[in-house]
Each structure stands twice: as structure tokens, then as C-alpha cells.
Design a protein around this ligand. Sequence first.
Ligand SMILES: Nc1ncnc2c1ncn2[C@@H]1O[C@H](COP(=O)(O)OP(=O)(O)OP(=O)(O)O)[C@@H](O)[C@H]1O
Length: 527
Amino acid sequence: MAEALAQTQTTKRPKNQLTFETIGLQPHLANAVRAAFPKVKFPTPTQTQLVTAIGNKKDVILQDETGSGKTFGLVLASLNKPRLRYSDTGVHSITTLFLVPHRDLALQIHHWIQRITECSGESPLPLEEVAQVLLRDGQTHLRSGMELLSKSPPHILIATPSSLLDVLQEQDDIIDFSRVSAVIVDEVDYLIETIPETTTKLASKIQRRIGKHPGPTRQILDMIYGKRKKFTSRNREEFVDEPYQTPQLILSSATIRRHLKEYFFGESGILRSDVAKVRGTLLPLHVKEMLLASTLHANISHHVLVVSDKSIENIPRAVEGREEADHEPTSDANPDEGPTTSPIKTEAELERELVFSMTPSPYNQNSLEAVAAAFALYVPSIALLVIPGGGSIHRAVYDLRALGVNALNLDMLREETGRLHLLSSGAATSRTNPTLLVTSVAAMRGLDLPELQHLFILGTMELEGKEVTSRTLDSYIHMAGRVGRFGKKGMVVSVVDGARDDLQEAKIMDKILKRLGIEPVKLKQFP
Ligand SMILES: Nc1ncnc2c1ncn2[C@@H]1O[C@H](COP(=O)(O)OP(=O)(O)OP(=O)(O)O)[C@@H](O)[C@H]1O
């Protein structure tokens, strides 16, 4: 797929290469995409299949490796849909509802649409008519968000499931779902809780939890598609074939497991068997774990540092090999420079820092020191650190800055800590004072940082007890998938606590890599 992406970026049109126009994008949209994203010249094979399948109005399951252009393809296919309006009033209705797991991915998609809109001819539509974002944001989404949505329903509404649920609970008819053309659920395996293949005890515990408290995405899909399962196979055919009666459902992720498909086809009755399956060149839809490793790019090297009070060492199983990412030492780097001054701090931030200065950190300081050391040795400009679920990102940033690392909380709302790094291709990074962006497992899903080559993972992530479940494996795949995109080299360094027997982090990490068929490589700078 990396080659496929690389090929789509060459200026000359390769023989038999399809164009955005030939796969069905409206010419003005294809032109706007090329103008907004000069590197995007031709559709990838997955995007070719996807745009066609969405044009056929069938439900779609989209599965391809991380960084293969799935989300981008979904944006193009959504913009390509005819804008719907009510025939009686002439008022526009929402054409596509785009559900994503977190705020930063919603903002990234919105920004892509903004760039395409701005390049759409001489008098582009106002952005709010093309796309709006609904985020849980104090009361704002219930006031101004709802007002804008009612006044001017956008072509594409991007929302996190919980923000949409809030709004629907406030006004249940704010969106007429019988008029919506498509519902996209991006990172669907993250948004829909399912029961992983695990011990019966754990499975029934999860089953009970889901039964009692279905997550927001399940609730929304039930609201929109609940009717589908009430119909017999005969009348259901008729029902879903009525145009826009129930929206076309599009599910996307790099990792879609069997139990998720069982939920959609069996338990919920939402999907029909004639769903279009769009998949990358590499993957069959029923993947086994070892095959899942093929969703990880070959140009990524994986490393594990085991930390104790006395040492930072490579995991014993590590083999001699190549450390993949580019990390040539920077001639102008100044190791003594330390963190740059943060952007001007708000009162709340200052107060938080005061609290931190007076309270013990929940983080293992040896692990953070190991991250700081590997960061200083290997990272020329920018890296991402993922903190296990539930940990405070602010506190990790505070601790790392105290260790002299230029750490910042990844935040798409703020130019200097998110937007520039996420959306630029190198312009924002400094080689004199490298930046470590810090985020959580939940907030990194689907994010695209074009220049990122170095990823750190602190600990062993969301674990259900001490078991390595399919969810844990998928988490690792998605995290590692932030690097090695576009055929670039990538390096993933997991830092685990080797001192606490109760945690057994090194063993768990070893299990994860074994089940994914990954051989950890020694970091040469460590014993
Ligand atoms: N046809 C194309 N040609 C060149 N670059 C592309 C093309 N399509 C998408 N890209 C670029 O590829 C990058 C990854 O895209 P995107 O985030 O959509 O991938 P993804 O498959 O959704 O990844 P993930 O599984 O991690 O969410 C983006 O920076 C996007 O601009």
C-alpha cells in the first residue's frame, strides 16, 4: 500500500492509472482536491473502490491498513454526494453524518474540508454550509452548535457520538435521519464496544456492561437503524431500498474483527449480507492475528525498553537489526536548550501547575526518564508519546518538561501544539529544539501527522486485566500506524516498567509483539 500511495503521488500519470474524475468525482471537486493537496494526484486503489461503492448507495465496510487514505477517501466520497434539500421548503438537509471517536480527528477532517472548499472555484460556498463540527464542549454544542445546525444544516456533519447524543436528547428531531443519505462510522471498532474472544468470565462481564449501558454509538445506530431489524428478510429488502429511507451505512477501520461483524450482521440486524466490502490490496476481511501484522508497515522498527531503578535495557528477546526512522544527529541541535517557553498560560493552567508542583506524580519517573533519553538520542524534530488510558496528559507533560523535554499536549484547537504539526508537512517542526507531543490512546485514533517518524508508548495500554485481548493488539496496531505513513520510515519505542512484578509490563509487551509476529529490534544506544 505504501507503494500504491507513493505511486499516487507522482506527477506523471502512470499507465492505466485512474484519475479522480474517472472514478466518479465531480470535475470541480477533483480540481479542488488537487489544488488543496498538491501531493494528492491520483486515487489509491482503495479510494477507487470506495468512491464507486458509495456512489452505488450500498452499505460499505472499508478496511485497509493505517495511513492508506481511508478517512481522506471518505471525505471525498461525502463531498461528492449530491447536496440534499427538502422538495417542499427548498431547505438543505444534512447529506452525510460523519461519526468519529474524538475531537481532534473531527477537527482534522473539518480542516481537510476547509482546504478543499477554499480551493473550489472563485466563489466557494461558506464553510458552515459545507461542514460543521459538533463536539462536546461545555454547553457550547447545546447552544451555538444546535442553533447553527437548525439554521443552516451542513452538507456534512462531523460529530463525536457523545456530542450528537447530547444534542438529540435536547431536541430529538433536529436531524431528520430519513433524509440523510449516509452515516459514516470511522474507527468503528473503537466506537462500538464488542465482546472480544477472551475468557468466558470476562466476556460475560463485558456483555452485562454493554447490555446495561450501551455506548453512544450503539444508541445512535439503534435510533437510526433499529427499524431495519424489525423487518423480515423480504420486506427489509424493500424497506432499505427506498432511497434515503434509512441512510447508507459506511463502517471503516484498519482493524475490523469477527465479533464486530457478528454484531452488525447478527445481533443488531443492521447490515444486510449484500454490503460492499472494500478492502486494501493486502487484507482479506476475516483476518487472523498474524495476518493483522500486515496492517503494520514493513518500514517501521519496533523496540522495547525495560526500565528499573538501576537501568534502561532492551527487552531480552530483542534482535540486532536496523533502527528504521531517520535520526541523523542535527548539527544545530542544542541539547542544553531544554523546553521552549510554553504559549501564554491561562489562569487554569497556572493553577494546575501549582497543584502538580505540590503533589506526587502517578507516573513512574524512571520510565519518563527513559522516554526523555531515547527522545534526546533519536528524535531530530518531532515525536509523539502515547500515554495509557486514564492517565493525565497534563501531568505527563509537566513531568517531562521538568526533565528538560520540550513536551506539549497535542491539541488540535491550538495552532502551536496541534494544528501546525498535524496538518503541515514539516514546516512546523524545529530541528533546534525537538518537540514531543503527548496524547492518549483514545485521542490518537485516526490522526494524521504527515511528518511523524518517531512514536513512544508508555506502558502497556488498555489491558483487560492482565490479558492480551484482540482490543489490545488492535490498539498497538493503531498506535504504531501513526508512523511509517507514505512509505516513510518509522520507529516505535515502547517503554515498560520492569521493576514492578505486579504489573508484568515487559511480559505483556512481549506477548503483544509475539502475537503480532513482530520481532523487537535492539536500540543500539542501550545495553
Ligand atoms: N490519493 C492520495 N494520494 C496521496 N496522498 C493521499 C491520498 N489519499 C490520502 N492521502 C494522504 O494520506 C494520509 C493518510 O490518510 P488518512 O488519514 O485518510 O489514512 P487512514 O487510512 O484513514 O489512516 P488511519 O487508519 O490511521 O486512520 C493523509 O495525509 C492524506 O492526505
